[in-house]
Design a protein around this ligand. Sequence first.
Ligand code: SF4
Ligand code: SF4
Ligand code: ZN
Length: 483
Amino acid sequence: METQKTKSICPECKKIIDATLVQKDDSIVMKKHCKEHGDFEEIIYDAKQFEETIKYMRYTAKPRDIQKCPYDCENCSLHQTQTLLAIMDVTNRCNLNCKYCFAKAERSGYLYEPSLSQIRDMFSSIRKKEPTCNAVLFSGGEPTMRDDLPDIVKIADEMGFEVKLLATNGYRLANDLEYAKKLYDAGLFLLYLSFDGFSDKTNHEKRNHLIIEKLLENCRRSKIQIILVPTISKENAHEAFRFIQFAAKNSDIIGGVNFQPLSFCGRMNPGERKELRYTISNLCSDIEKQSNGILKQEDFYPVPSVVPLQKILCKLGGTEMPFFTVHPLCGRATYLFLDGEKLIPITKIMDVPKLLSLLEKWEGHVENKGMKDKGLFAADMLKGVKDTIHLDKMPKEANALKLLSQLILKRDLDTLIDMHVHSVFVGAMHFQDCYNMDLERLKRCGIHYVTPDNSLIPFCAYNALGYRERIEEKFSTPIRVHR
Ligand code: SF4
Ligand code: SF4
Ligand SMILES: [Zn+2]
C-alpha cells in the first residue's frame, strides 16, 4: 500500500508529531519520531484487511486541519462526527481493581460522583445538540456502586434518551434482583457487561465467569438484555469464538458481543505491548480460524458502511440523526442469524456488497436529484433490496426482508429489537492509546464523554490524553471525606 500520512502524539511528552502508516511484511505499522524521545513503531492492522477496510473512508466526514487538535476538545466546534453514544461516568468508585481500567478508580485518591442535579444538566446539554443523540451509556468506575442509579436512569428516560446502557462488571445485579428490577422499571434496556473469559486464567481480573449464570438468571427475571464486552488481548484471544457461541446459546437474553482490543491506557503497563497487543484484524482472523470458517474476516464491515442507509432513511422520514461517520479503522461489525443451533452470517443470506453499492447509488441519486415521490422511491428500494436476499438460505425466524421493509417503510427500530432473539450482533472497537493514536481517527470519533461543565470529549482523547484526570480532579472531593 502507499504510505499514508497522519498525525499522532509522542507517548512520552504527548506533543503532536507527524506519523506515517506503512506496510511492514504482512502488517500496517505506525511510525513516528519525536525530536526529544526518538522513534516509535506500533502495529496497526493486517495489511490485506487494511486495504479492504480503508475503502470505507469514502463514507466518513471530510478531513479538517485543526491546529490545536487533540488538546482543545472543550472549545472545538470542528469535530467531524456528532455524538452517537454519550458516556456519562457516574462514579469513579469500584468494587474491583482491574489493571486495564481506564478510570484508575479508587487509586486516584478522590471521589468523582456528579450529583443528580449536575447529571440532569449534563443530559440536558447533550439533548440540546443537533442532530440529537439518543443513546447514553452509564459508566465509571462501577456505576452500580451508586444506590441512586435507578434515579439517574429515570432522569435519562424522562429526558428522552431512547437507548440507556449500563457498563458494569455484573456483581451487584447478580446478587441483588430488586436493584436489577428497579433499573429496568426506570428504563434501563441493556447491560454492557465487561466479561473477559470463561476460566480463572482468562478472566483473572474480574472473575465474573463465576457469577455469570446467576447474572443471566437475574437479567431474565428483570428483563434486562446483555451485550458481552470482552477486553481482548493475546491472553484471551483463544476464546474469541466461544464468546459468540455463548451469546448464541443464550440469545433470549444476550444480544451479542462487542470486543474491545486491549488499550494501553489507565493502569496498563506499556511495557507489555509486545506480548499483549491485539488488533481488530487479529480478532477477525482468529474468529475465522476458531469457527472453522463459519464466520469469515470479510463478514465484518467497518462502522461507516451504514452511512448511506442512514442518509436515505433520514430523507425518507424527513428526520435527522447523527451519522456513523467514524473512521473505518475504529470498528467493524457483523450479524449472525440463528437456525436452531446453526450460526449463519448475514453475508450468507444476503449479498451485502451488492446491497451496499445499491444503497450508495440511491443515496447519491437522492443527494443530487432529490426525492420527489417518497412512496415510489421506497417501493423501488424494496424491490432492489429483495434481489440481494437469498430467500432459500434464510432461517424461518430471521425474516430479513420483513426487517428491511419495516426499516425502510416505517423506520421502525422496534423490529430490530424483536429480531435479537434470532440473531447475534458481533462487533469490535479498538480504543486508542498514546502508541497507536491516529488523529484522523480521533477527529471522527462518535463516542463522547459528557462532563459536568457540559463539554463533550471524544472517548480516546478523554482516556489517553489527560482529559479524564483534569476533569475528575476539577469536579471531585477528597476520598477521605467520604469514609
Ligand atoms: S479531537 Fe475532535 S473535538 Fe477534540 S480538538 Fe480534535 S477535532 Fe476538536
Ligand atoms: S472511541 Fe476511539 S476507537 Fe471509538 S470511535 Fe472514538 S476514536 Fe475511534
Ligand atoms: Zn516526545
